[in-house]
Design a protein around this ligand. Sequence first.
Ligand SMILES: C[S@@+](CC[C@H](N)C(=O)[O-])C[C@H]1O[C@@H](n2cnc3c(N)ncnc32)[C@H](O)[C@@H]1O
Length: 197
Amino acid sequence: MTKLSKEYWEKRYIDNSTSWDLGEPSTPIKEYIDQLKYKDSKILIPGAGNAHEANYLFENGFKNIYILDIAPSPLEYAKKRINLPSSHFIQQDYFKYSELYDIIFEQTFFCALEPRFRESYVKKTHTLLKDGGCLIGVLFNFENKLDGPPFGGSVKEYTSLFEPFFDIIMMRPCYNSVPTRKGKELFIKLIKKNNGN
Ligand SMILES: C[S@@+](CC[C@H](N)C(=O)[O-])C[C@H]1O[C@@H](n2cnc3c(N)ncnc32)[C@H](O)[C@@H]1O
């Protein structure tokens, strides 16, 4: 059980208490997307919320994208703006979902989970990726394990969490965060290890 349940998140959307929502795609992810040439990759955005990154992908020719969230309201909002088949909008608990993707984008979903679920996040993300698949995105690099969300962490902690399951291609401070997140984000590019340990 977690207090950060579907009901908790849905209420945050209904109350319009969504301080995490940038109202646009996060710049580190946007600029990463701008470099991607292959547009057919199968992409998952978990804990997508109002799905600004998915919208940006869609506007830039990516159509094999799937938007997942536990809360119904943001998905309904995303459906109205992003012209994808309804099967691309998945209202489900990430930890109960199964499918296979080339890329998973991380944007303030990991930090929204209680820290005790981090190992499960790493293992679940590993199982949702195809061989050679990547987890790309941003993680917060400040300490706060108690009164989140957002819950933070450090390179040291994230390295020991992810390294058994992923090759860490990049995990370094973002140079292109939005002003309110400057100095607080790490950009990550992690490639699934085939053996999982
Ligand atoms: C802090 S918000 C971030 C939303 C979005 N990524 C953004 O940056 O605007 C965290 C999101 O994760 C979703 N979420 C929380 N727990 C989840 C779970 N177990 N499975 C899927 N989504 C979940 C919430 O409903 C919420 O939309």
